[in-house]
Design a protein around this ligand. Structure first.
Ligand SMILES: Nc1nc2c(ncn2[C@@H]2O[C@H](COP(=O)(O)OP(=O)(O)OP(=O)(O)O)[C@@H](O)[C@H]2O)c(=O)[nH]1
Length: 379
C-alpha cells in the first residue's frame, strides 16, 4: 500500500506537469482567457498540494496552514468554473461573483472560527467539503444544463466533477453524521480519489480546447467565408450523411445563377457585388427547410440540395426563390438594385443516379434558362 508521503509527492508532481503544459498552451494562445483561468486553477491546487506535501503525515495542521490549503483548493475549483464560463463566451453576473467569493472564503473562516468556538476539526473539514460540493455542482451545471456547443470531451469533465461532487458530499455527510474521524486511511483515500479525478479534469480541458479547434477548422474548411453557405468540400461531407435511397423519397438539386452579375459589379463595384451575394444567401436560407443544404457553387452560382423532395415540389421552391429575388429589390449602399436569377433543376433518379450526374443535368437546364432569356426556371 502506498504511504501518504509517496501519494502526496505524486499528486504534487502531476500538478506541476499539468501546470507546465497549460502554461505553454496559454502562452501560445494568449487571447484564450479560459486557458489562463484553468492555469490559475492548476496553480492554486499545486500550491495546496505543495503545502500538504510538506508534512504529509501530519493530520492536525495549524489553523493558518489549514486555512491556506482550503483556500487554495477552493480557489482552484472556482477558477475551473470561471474558466468554463470564459470557454463558453459567458460573462459573470454579480450573484455568481458573490457566491464564488462566499464559497472560497467560508472554509477559511471556518478554520478560524470553529476552534475559537470550541468545535472540532471535523466540522471545519465538513464545511470545506460542503463548499467544494457546491463548486463542483456549479461546474457540472455549467456544462450540462447550459451546454452551448456539442463537444464529447466536455462530458468527461462533467463526469469528473460529478464524481468530485458526490465524493465531497459523501465525505461531508460521513464526517457530520457518523463517528468517522480524519485518519491516515481517509487521507490516503482522498488523495487517490483526487489524483484519478484531476487527471480526467485536466486532460478533459486540453481535449475540449483541441476538439473545439478541430471543429472550427473543419467548419472554416467547409464553409464559404462570404456567404456562410457550404463550399464544394462542405457539401461533399454533408452528403455522406444523406440517405439518397430512403424508400419512397427523391432528392432534387437546384442550380441558380444570378443574371448579368458582371453588370452589378460594374455599377456597384466589387464590394457592392459582394453585398448582393450575401443578401441573396440570406434570402435563400430564409426559404429553406432545416434539412435542405445550400452551397456557393461558384462566383455567383448557388446549388441547393433538397432531400426527400419531388421534382414538382423542387420546382415550386425554385419559383418561390425566383419570384422573391425578382420582386424585392436588394438595398445596396441605400440604392435599390434589381436582381434576377436563372435556375436549372434536376432529380437524383434512383437507383443508379449520382449527385454529380444530377448536378450536370441541372447545369444543362440552367444553361437553357440563360439561353431562353434568363429570370426563368428549366428542368
Ligand atoms: N463581387 C463579386 N463578384 C464575383 C465574385 N465571384 C465572381 N464574381 C463576378 O461574377 C461575374 C460573373 O460574370 P459572368 O460569368 O460573365 O456572368 P454574368 O455577368 O452573371 O452573366 P450571365 O451569367 O450570363 O447572366 C464576374 O464579373 C466575376 O468577377 C465574388 O465573390 N464577388
Amino acid at each position: 500500500m502506498l504511504d501518504l508521503a509517496t501519494l502526496s509527492f505524486s499528486s504534487t508532481v502531476s500538478r506541476a506537469a499539468y501546470f507546465a503544459v497549460f502554461l505553454i498552451l496559454a502562452l501560445r494562445q494568449r487571447e484564450k482567457s479560459y486557458l489562463w483561468h484553468w492555469l490559475g486553477a492548476i496553480l492554486a491546487s499545486l500550491l495546496g498540494a505543495i503545502m500538504l506535501a510538506k508534512e504529509p503525515t501530519n493530520l492536525t495542521l495549524p489553523v493558518l496552514e489549514s486555512m491556506q490549503i482550503f483556500t487554495f483548493y477552493m480557489a482552484s475549483l472556482v477558477l475551473s468554473w470561471s474558466g468554463l464560463r470564459r470557454f463558453y463566451g459567458l460573462g459573470f453576473h454579480a450573484y455568481a461573483i458573490v457566491s464564488v467569493v462566499i464559497l472560497t472564503v467560508t472554509p477559511a473562516l471556518a478554520c478560524l472560527l470553529v476552534p475559537w468556538l470550541g468545535a472540532s476539526k471535523t466540522i471545519v473539514a465538513s464545511v470545506y467539503f460542503l463548499c467544494a460540493t457546491a463548486a463542483s455542482v456549479m461546474i457540472v451545471v455549467e456544462i450540462m444544463v447550459a451546454r452551448r456547443e456539442y463537444l464529447w470531451s466536455q462530458i468527461v469533465v462533467a463526469i469528473a466533477f460529478g464524481i468530485y461532487a458526490m465524493g465531497f458530499a459523501l465525505s461531508a455527510a460521513m464526517l457530520l453524521f457518523t463517528d468517522l474521524q480524519i485518519s491516515t486511511e481517509t487521507a490516503r483515500a482522498t488523495i487517490i480519489f483526487d489524483q484519478i479525478n484531476s487527471v480526467l479534469v485536466y486532460v478533459g480541458y486540453v481535449a475540449m480546447s483541441g476538439e473545439r479547434a478541430n471543429l472550427q477548422l473543419r467548419h472554416q474548411a467547409e464553409t464559404d467565408a462570404l456567404t456562410g453557405l457550404f463550399n464544394r468540400r462542405g457539401i461533399q461531407h454533408a452528403l455522406l450523411k444523406l440517405d439518397f435511397e430512403r424508400s419512397g423519397s427523391t432528392t432534387c438539386v437546384i442550380l441558380g445563377d444570378l443574371d448579368h452579375f458582371k453588370r452589378i459589379n460594374d455599377t456597384l463595384g466589387h464590394e457592392g457585388g459582394d453585398d448582393v451575394l450575401k443578401t441573396f444567401a440570406k434570402r435563400l436560407k430564409n426559404l429553406m427547410r432545416s434539412d435542405d443544404m445550400a452551397v456557393r457553387w461558384g462566383g455567383e452560382e448557388f446549388l441547393v440540395v433538397l432531400p426527400h423532395t419531388s421534382i414538382d415540389e423542387a420546382t415550386a421552391f425554385a419559383e418561390r426563390l425566383r419570384t422573391r429575388i425578382e420582386t424585392e429589390p436588394f438595398m445596396i449602399f441605400t440604392k435599390a438594385v434589381n436582381v434576377t436569377i436563372s435556375i436549372g433543376i434536376a432529380e437524383i433518379a434512383q437507383p443508379r443516379d449520382t449527385f454529380e450526374k444530377a448536378v450536370e443535368r441541372a447545369d444543362r437546364a440552367l444553361y437553357s434558362a440563360k439561353r431562353e432569356g434568363r429570370n426563368r426556371i428549366c428542368r
